[in-house]
Design a protein around this ligand. Structure first.
Ligand code: BGC
Length: 762
């Protein structure tokens, strides 16, 4: 009897709970049933049609463009379209699909909504410099709001490729060099885009890209080969993709590069073994722009062969190249792919559409009223302005900034009156005519008490051909045809008549981004000459540096009293920069990527290893790991950024120095604002595993907190450390921590830290 009661009271409920846990949820079952029913009606060709993603023609990033799109839609040969927008256009295309194709399957509409839709936020590298996950999530939320109001439901973002090579133009599109920061950002972006309910009419399906390792292209040349040990992959490059998966991202884009000898789009180990089996990803995998076809040039066979290889590897949707559309049926007949593989891919595409609510209402994202009200709204622009101001990094300041609201300012430089340049790369949906230039922003923010006058001073580069190559997205750059000496003379005259000079310099927006790799990261000669001429006037010169990558501004750092790095701050950048210049906002950005002294130091990053012959001190030593001609240290370290106020750190305090097993360690510092301004500070925590079975980095970022401190205010900042933070992949790819001695470092950047040691045993 007692036994029976025990079974009823304990065993049965536990079994029931187990059953519920392993059986697909009711909603999932409903979706499965619906899709199974639909697929039962589909021909092979219709199933393959769902795997075809075409480009609508508004923007392309490859030399191939989709053709005959309308006809293909009617024939059920298109699963998705990207780069078409507005409710009217999208409604018209959707009507073709749901009224004129046999099975009336709606189309999914994608776009590269990368750092904002019409309200443009800073480029992703700039957003990363804010170290502010709430603002980053909010920027994605706003982008989703605007993009869905304009008819879209899928974005090819977040881009989470770790890059330690500023020669690579696409470093601007990611979060920089660090996997811990990159993972936090990846999760925040996915949350922002997808919200809690993908079927809501203001959430977007996110797509984490480019899987994988795209940021490690050899020599920083775009699309180049990648060769990396698995241990490095798992510890340093894969975590942000994994973080996006863990945050529930609905789709993944495979990258152009090869991984261990096989291009990502056809790499089964990557797309199936790691992504689906190891990480449990359940969504759809789309190729990059013609990346399936490009495997022909990689040397993996003809279109039929590479298409079959991709499908079998775990790729579900083929972007633009139509290898799937044109060859998979024949491959099926020849037994080179199976029906189960086509079904898998088709199901995943249909599931994405189902989750977006497109089967309930294919026009749910086509709302003209929303488009009118929600895009580029005052409220969104205000947030973008405040966010941009918090992404800027003050690199140097010898008592010049903030500027006084009096007297006269000479605003000079090729980027001062350049609203088309403010939004930065990958802002295809931006309306650059609505962006604010620094000149316009500065005049407005300065108010009537300050005289702001402008002279161009120089072209961006003396190399006109280089400038011309940056107009791919239809933003032509007008060169000034006047003689360089005339330009400089005008700027110098203005500088002499003014109290202070603000020099807007750096890169054109399209100096970074796709296919925009560079080998020379110095300020161009034309701008260097202008700097020298301005300095010769004896007036204080503040450089406002526009850039999409770390630049080698070693000389400028020596010469100029103040440098504010403003990345490409988006549509509101002109205001945001002025807010910071006048001290209405105190800069708080910190570098998400190390700035090298020269290109020869690349790759340079904070989490390097010791080597067997480490350099001790900073002087050259024979037979030690260093250079004859330049120091090992960077120009500005990872995590670096100044403020108008001063933060003082107490030494690191530990709750214990010897721990065991599942215990927790608290490491704290007290941070005091000892300056005159209220300010935000990003407190950073790094760890080192002193003795391990594998070589380990000297420092790895493992925590950060951003806090606001009023003048005179102190706050204690604590980081909880558990053995989870000590884990790493060893040479057998076993993920665990090893007992022993560790160091914790806490400080204002990766260089200026204080530390304490502790031991941890099993
Ligand atoms: C880029 C992707 C982008 C795609 C679609 C490709 O060239 O690598 O990042 O999402 O084009 O525009």
């Amino acid at each position: 009897m007692k036994y029976k009661i025990a079974v009823c009271r304990f065993v049965l409920p536990v079994l029931l709970l187990l059953l519920i846990a392993i059986s697909p949820s009711f909603a999932q079952q409903k979706m499965n049933q619906f899709i199974t029913g639909l697929m039962a009606k589909m021909t092979v060709q219709e199933k393959i049609g769902q795997l075809n993603l075409v480009v609508g023609g508004e923007a392309t990033t490859g030399s191939v463009v989709s053709t005959g799109v309308e006809e293909k839609i009617k024939q059920g040969k298109v699963g998705g379209i990207f780069s078409v927008s507005t409710p009217q256009r999208i409604r018209r295309i959707q009507e073709l699909a749901v009224q004129q194709s046999r099975l009336k399957i709606p189309i999914i509409f994608g776009m590269d909504v990368i750092h904002g839709y019409r309200t443009i936020f800073p480029i992703p590298l700039g957003m990363a410099a804010s170290w502010d996950m709430q603002r980053i999530e909010e920027s994605a939320r706003i982008a989703a709001q605007e993009a869905t109001a304009d008819g879209l439901n899928w974005t090819f973002s977040p881009m989470v490729d770790i890059s330690r090579d500023p020669r690579w133009g696409r470093i601007s599109e990611g979060s920089g060099e660090d996997p811990f920061l990159g993972s936090a950002i990846a999760a925040a972006m996915v949350k922002g885009y997808q919200g809690k309910d993908l079927s809501a009419d203001n959430t977007l399906l996110a797509c984490v890209k480019h899987f994988a390792l795209y940021g490690a292209a050899e020599a920083g040349r775009d699309y180049h080969s990648v060769d990396m040990s698995r241990i490095k992959m798992f510890n340093e490059y894969l975590p942000p993709y994994k973080a996006a998966i863990d945050a529930g991202v609905g789709s993944v884009m495979s990258s152009f590069n090869d991984v261990d000898g096989i291009p990502a789009s056809g790499n089964k180990w990557l797309l199936t073994d790691v992504l689906r089996k190891q990480w449990g990803f359940k969504g759809l995998v789309v190729s990059d722009y013609t990346s399936v076809n490009e495997m022909i040039d990689h040397g993996l066979g003809d279109l039929k062969a590479v298409s079959a290889l991709s499908l079998k590897a775990g790729l579900d949707m083929d972007m633009v190249g139509e290898g799937f559309l044109t060859t998979l049926e024949a491959s099926l007949k020849e037994g080179k792919v199976t029906m189960a593989e086509i079904d898998r891919a088709c199901r995943l595409v249909l599931e994405a559409k189902y989750k977006l609510g497109l089967f309930d209402d294919p026009f749910r994202y086509c709302n003209d009223v929303r488009a009118q009200k929600e895009i580029f709204s005052e409220a969104h622009r205000k947030i973008a302005r405040a966010t941009a101001a918090r992404s800027f990094v003050l690199l140097k300041n010898e008592n010049v900034l903030p500027l006084a609201r009096k007297g006269s300012i000479a605003l000079v430089g090729p980027l001062a009156d350049a609203k088309e340049n403010m939004v930065g790369t990958w802002s295809v949906s931006a309306d650059v005519s609505k962006a604010t230039s620094l000149l316009a922003g500065l005049k407005e923010v300065a108010g009537t008490g300050v005289q702001v006058r402008y002279a161009k001073g120089a072209n961006v580069s003396e190399d006109a051909a280089l400038e011309a190559r940056t107009s791919v997205f239809g933003k032509p750059w007008q060169r000034d045809s006047r003689h360089p000496d005339t330009l400089i003379a005008e700027a110098v005259r203005l500088a002499k008549e003014s109290d202070v000079v603000v020099a807007a310099m750096g890169e054109l927006a399209e100096f970074t981004g796709e296919s925009s790799s560079r080998t020379d990261l110095n300020l161009p000669q034309s701008q260097k000459k202008l700097v020298d001429a301005l300095l010769a006037t004896g007036k204080p010169v503040v450089m406002v540096l526009f850039t999409g990558r770390p630049l080698t501004i070693t000389e400028e750092d020596q010469k100029l009293p103040a440098i504010l790095n403003v990345w490409f701050g988006g549509s509101e950048a002109g205001y945001a920069i002025s807010d910071v210049l006048f001290g209405d906002v105190n800069p708080s950005g910190k570098l998400p990527a190390t700035f090298p002294r020269n290109v020869g130091q690349i790759p340079i990053y904070h989490s390097y290893k010791n080597t067997g012959r480490p350099l001790v001190g900073d002087e050259f030593q024979k037979f030690r790991s260093n250079y004859l001609d330049v120091s090992n240290t960077p120009l500005y370290p990872f995590g670096y950024g100044l403020s108008y106020t001063k933060f003082e750190y107490s030494p690191v305090k530990l709750s214990k120095t010897s721990l065991k097993g599942a215990e927790k360690l608290m490491a704290s510092v007290t941070v005091t604002n000892s300056g005159k301004y209220a300010g935000e500070e990003v407190v950073q925590m790094y760890l080192r595993d002193i003795v391990a079975t594998n070589t380990r980095p000297l420092k790895e970022l493992k925590g950060f907190k951003k806090l606001l401190l009023q003048p005179g205010e102190s706050k204690e900042v604590s980081f909880e450390i558990t053995t989870n933070l000590l884990k790493f992949y060893d040479h057998n790819l076993r993920y665990d921590w090893e007992p022993g001695e560790f160091t914790v470092f806490i400080g204002t950047n990766s260089r200026d830290v204080s530390s304490a040691n502790f031991t941890w045993n099993r």
